[in-house]
Ligand binder design. Structure first.
Ligand SMILES: [Zn+2]
Length: 444
């Protein structure tokens, strides 16, 4: 639990997104338990200073969600949203305190610097700038800070779309995590903008087999079936599916890639050759691999409670991620076919990803990046993981991962959720300006 710190509330914070980020980092919002309330209250106090109307909605009073509104024209509202909770730092070796918001060597250090208090700082600063400017946006700008993303959003966005769907009634487009960062993918310099994401499906597989006294070895035990099952998954892929957002991403990537890579990348779209090309590309294609297959990873094993008893049943949890349009039943069928092993498979949690992609605002967002960075190509991005965007899709909102940052040589993806998470100081102002530009280009 964090002790609430003495956070600064000032009338020039809109000019200082770096200081907003540092203040946000100092709220220890590790989920679980989250304890996001002091952080959300501080955001509310900042909004009050700028006379921006806002409201909180909570399933758990210690974990509120805050929605602010800056009035605009008649176009549908544009939503900027981000989560203020972060993952734990347990067992990690940090150079600087993870909740101090230290600036050193050109970086802001701390848990959440990349995921995603940076995005919240940019969205908040952009909202404040808008509120004091004379220019009116095409539609209302909604700023939403939520709790509980890192544990699935049950107290956050999932709660909001289920209990307060009216808040999103007219919204068509939203900006959130995870995209807009500079990256090199398969030899191409790109800025991926997330347009869709995979669904989350946790499966529990129960194996049963011969049991008895531990002094008499047996074949066909529950544990040996589990071992064969895990072994069958190791290094093998589920079938290829080329979905529309993956196709859009790979085509754009091929366009941006060096000429000698183009053909190889486009061959990925031929399901008969996809896996062969992925093997050829090796380590640099792990992300592409994940967006062309449902994936499944064994994470938790339980069973057996006595040294001299062969357990009759054991269970295995599989973290399974589904491509757009794929269902848990599809994945279960694929798993049975791949492993060839009889077992009872139960769905323990399922959050469908968005089943549709609306690229209506993508070209404007791409132009924001491409006008700001010479030679840059922004590409549509199918995220291999999940964000709160999946919840918004249930109320008809298309979420774009757009928290623009330039990471340079920083191993961005490796630092997310890791020790020494940090972000280059100067990119926070750069990203804020891009968000403001996106709002200006928005025309509904
Ligand atoms: Zn995040």
């Amino acid at each position: 639990m964090g002790t609430p710190h003495e956070a600064e509330v000032a009338t020039d914070l809109h000019e200082r997104p770096v200081d907003i980020l540092r203040e946000l980092i100092r709220f220890e919002t590790v989920n679980p338990p989250g304890n996001e309330r002091p952080c959300i209250e501080w955001i509310g106090a900042v909004l009050d200073t700028y006379d921006i109307e806002h409201e909180t909605y909570a399933k758990d009073t210690d974990r509120p969600n805050l929605l602010a509104r800056v009035p605009g024209g008649d176009a549908p509202p544009l939503l900027l949203y981000g989560h203020v909770d972060v993952v734990p730092v347990t067992g990690q070796d940090w150079t600087h305190g993870p909740f101090e918001g230290v600036v050193e060597d050109g970086f802001v250090w701390g848990r959440g610097a990349l995921d995603m208090k940076d995005g919240v700082a940019m969205f908040l600063a952009a909202t404040l700038r808008l509120a004091i400017s004379d220019e009116q946006p095409a539609g209302d700008i909604l700023f939403l800070a939520v709790s509980d993303e890192e544990a699935g959003g049950d107290d956050g966005l999932r709660f909001l779309v289920e209990e307060h769907p009216e808040l999103f009634e007219e919204v068509k487009y939203a900006l959130g995590e995870f995209g807009g960062f500079s990256a090199e993918i398969a030899g191409a310099e790109v800025y991926p903008i997330q347009v869709n994401e995979k669904g989350i499906c946790w499966l529990e597989v129960t194996f049963t087999g011969s049991s008895g006294h531990g002094s008499i070895p047996r074949t066909g035990t529950a544990l040996s079936k589990l071992a064969s099952f895990v072994d069958a998954l190791d290094g093998d892929r589920l079938p290829v599916h080329v979905t529309p957002p993956a196709e859009a991403m790979i085509e754009a990537l091929a366009e941006a890639a060096p000429a000698d890579r183009r053909e190889t990348l486009l061959t990925l779209l031929d399901p008969a050759k996809t896996d062969e090309v992925l093997d050829e590309l090796g380590q640099e294609a792990v992300m592409l691999d994940a967006i062309l297959h449902n994936t499944t990873v064994p994470t938790v094993v339980s069973g057996g409670d006595k040294e001299n008893v062969i357990p009759e049943s054991v269970t295995l949890v599989l973290d399974t991620r589904l491509l757009p349009g794929q269902t848990p039943e599809d994945a279960i069928e694929e798993l049975r076919a791949l492993t060839g092993i009889e077992a009872e498979i139960e769905v323990v949690r399922y959050d469908a990803g968005p089943s549709w992609t609306d690229l209506g605002f993508f070209d404007d967002l791409a132009a924001v990046i491409e006008d700001a960075v010479e030679e840059a190509t922004a590409i549509p991005f199918l995220l291999f993981a999940g964000t709160d965007g999946r919840h918004l899709s249930r109320v008809g909102v298309q979420s774009y991962g757009f928290t623009p940052i330039q990471v340079g040589d920083l191993p961005f993806l490796d630092l997310v959720h890791s020790a020494d998470e940090r972000i280059p100081v100067e990119t926070i102002e750069w990203g804020t300006e891009r968000v403001v530009d996106a709002i200006k280009r928005y025309d509904g």
